[in-house]
Design a protein around this ligand. Sequence first.
Ligand code: TXA
Ligand code: MG
Length: 356
Amino acid sequence: MTRVVPIDPQHPDLGRIREVAEVLRDGGLVAFPTETVYGLGAHALNPTAVARIFQAKGRPSTDPMIVHLASVDQLDVVAQVVPTAARELAAAFWPGALTLILEKRSIVPDAVTAGLQTVGVRVPSHPIAHALLAAADVPVAAPSANRFSHPSPTCAEHVLADLDGAVDVVIDGGATPIGVESTILDLTVTPPLVRRPGGVSLEHIRHVVPGARSVSETVGRARAQPAPGQLLRHYAPRATLTLYVGDVRQVVERMGSDIRTAAASGLRAGVLAPEEDLLALAPRLAALGASGRVITVRCGSRRDREETARDLFRALRALDAEAVDAIFASAPEGEGINAAILDRLTRAAEGRVVRT
Ligand code: TXA
Ligand code: MG
């Protein structure tokens, strides 16, 4: 049975936090909010507890997990070598949405790192995550709290839709403020490599580590693989997703005609786009006589991409729930949070990307 424990993120009830922390210490599974997405946590130094995560998620054991700490002081518990860059990055971005890949200590079970000699570590800033980790006083392994290949959960309802009955406790702390996962920076390679863009931008990381690169910038792609597990179709809606990148007018032009083609062939179409794109698209869909058969979901606005990031996984789940056959989505280009949004939608599109 899964117990749902509501906790106010503004004023976390420490009595409840302590109770849930006890479940973690005893080897139980606890889903909890972080500033990025909800995590599915287990005692990271207890292999039996960690094995339950794979089972609950239906996750392949080749995909390593991030270890979450209450504070940077615990870094030496899990990391064998802590380079100066790691200390500087921790000082600049922790607590926060940055995961550092470091050489692991042998105390970290192979199940956590999928047999790798490295470990991903982060100190989350969300008040509930922080209070829980501090009360548990153990490192907590936590992938995103979704069934494998489903979009990451940004609220407790998403977690329950995927994992009800499979986990011991779900903390309901409301919607997560960032909405996309942490940035993964590998410090075990030279130059340091962003293996997954996320809540902390490469541009900000470069203020501390000027040589840092992203996987997409590196030419030696064979040596510069993205993070394990990132190769898979990771943020997968059930429908086929086509992604459009470019300025509003051209995106809307191409999307409009592709939606017409889909609707004419009897497909149920879903549109996931920022407010401006939907506004420009509306008269076209009406003129095509397609508006009734097309489901649109607003995903932030071109003016506020932080909002797009917050809405992204909710929007993908909403279209899944509508059982559409084809999704037409538009994504931003550029730096900062835009890189994370583009990365997630590109994966969901599995290569179907139209650049206008
Ligand atoms: O924001 C986040 O990072 C969320 C919250 C819960 O912290 N967690 C998250 O975990 O997104 P997950 O498991 O869904 O994605 C973590 C990814 C893995 O798929 C893997 O690719 C990468 O992190 N990773 C973990 N440990 C690694 C390691 N030692 N080397 C390379 N990549 C690693
Ligand atoms: Mg995940």
